[in-house]
Design a protein around this ligand. Structure first.
Ligand SMILES: Nc1ncnc2c1ncn2[C@@H]1O[C@H](COP(=O)(O)OP(=O)(O)OP(=O)(O)O)[C@@H](O)[C@H]1O
Ligand code: SF4
Ligand SMILES: [Mg+2]
Length: 333
């Protein structure tokens, strides 16, 4: 990691307001309250270093994809600051914005729905670099062939359509398409979740090879803790739109500090010495429309104290390179 982080998020939030439907518009005109706002991401601050692989985990609906999409420029944030290579988004020139958008590419979970079914692979992969002036049209075929080889696909299939490939191959096509614009940073959102376990391992190996070869930085979103442990250097844990703990992956898996991380990493009993199995989380996940006051985890936390119901704990450094937001750390400081 160099001194200047690659990506910095400061107090970033994303609010989703649903447009009221016809019946709701009538209700609102009669004085009923407007549809509620979801704070999908609520005051998140994070730094990601050059060449680092940061994992992002948390239960369904906690805001992982929304945060990933903000980083990749797919969603505009509602508040906070975003910097790329030391320059804040608010100060970007048009050229900065274009470069950042190409430099940060997103890999999605379902390659079938993110690939245009009517386009040939050669067009899916080769279009963006020509459109953005990265290669002349005359070099397109050679560039596509090279990219296909890089992700483990036979360039002889360049004229085929997405449906003629398997799920794993389609994910490789999605990766080649992202690599075509020479990105520095990949946001992978459940990028192997839709694949069979054996294929998952191959695609994860590809991500690791690309990291070595291209010096890529990753924001790796996954609900699969085994994948996170294998692939990332650091991990950030999210709960109801907020970060509750960040630390080196090795340290967090060896000893989770935050009660939510502890609950996430609780292992289910297993027979023999197979793959680690995690137990499902206990207690009901509160609605993101009305997160609990104080510490958002207090309704499910086995260590909850009276203060937890009223005061939100701040993220504090609890060890070198390790931060957590929990009142249990109040006494220590
Ligand atoms: N476009 C949208 N409009 C309205 N609400 C949204 C939208 N996208 C996400 N949300 C809401 O924001 C919250 C966070 O969603 P998000 O998809 O970021 O969660 P996630 O952690 O990626 O979940 P999962 O693990 O299921 O993919 C959820 O409550 C979700 O319903
Ligand atoms: S602040 Fe309180 S409720 Fe929240 S995780 Fe810590 S002990 Fe549990
Ligand atoms: Mg998601």
């Amino acid at each position: 990691m160099t001194a200047q982080p690659h990506v910095v998020l400061e107090d970033v939030s994303k609010l989703f307001t649903r447009k009221p439907d016809f019946a709701e518009r009538i209700a609102i005109s009669l004085g009923w309250p407007e549809p509620p706002v979801v704070r999908a991401v609520d005051g998140v601050s994070l730094e990601i270093g050059h060449g680092e692989a940061l994992g992002l985990v948390g239960e369904s609906g906690c805001g992982k994809s929304t945060l990933g999409r903000i980083v990749a420029g797919v969603h505009a944030k509602s508040g906070g600051r975003f910097s790329f290579d030391g320059k804040e988004e608010a100060d970007w020139t048009k050229a900065d914005a274009k470069r950042a958008r190409l430099d940060i590419q997103m890999i999605f979970q379902d390659p079938m729905s993110s690939l245009n079914p009517r386009k040939r692979i050669a067009d899916i992969i080769g279009e963006a670099p020509v459109v953005h002036g990265l290669i002349p049209a005359s070099q397109r075929q050679a560039a596509v062939a090279e990219l296909m080889r890089e992700v483990g696909l036979d360039p002889a299939y360049a004229r085929r359509f997405p449906h003629q490939f398997s799920g794993g191959q389609r994910q490789r096509i999605g990766i080649a398409r992202a690599l075509a614009v020479e990105p520095k940073f990949l946001v992978c959102d459940e990028a192997v979740a839709a694949l069979d376990v054996s294929i998952q391992a191959q695609v994860l190996n590809l991500f690791m090879d690309l990291r070595e070869r291209r010096g890529l930085t990753y924001l790796f979103i996954s609900h699969d803790l085994g994948v996170i442990e294998q692939l990332t250097d650091r991990v950030a844990i999210m709960y109801l739109g907020q970060i509750v703990e960040v630390g080196a992956t090795r340290d967090i898996f060896a000893g989770p500090a935050h009660p939510y991380t502890q609950a996430l990493l609780e292992e289910a009993p297993r027979i023999g010495r197979g793959r680690r199995v995690y137990a499902p989380l206990k207690g009901e996940l509160p609605s993101p429309l009305a997160p609990p006051p104080g510490c958002r985890f207090h309704t499910r936390c086995p260590h909850a104290m009276p203060v937890c119901k009223t005061e939100a704990p701040a993220l504090k450094q609890i060890a070198a390179g390790r931060i957590a937001a929990c009142h249990l750390n109040d006494k220590a400081t």
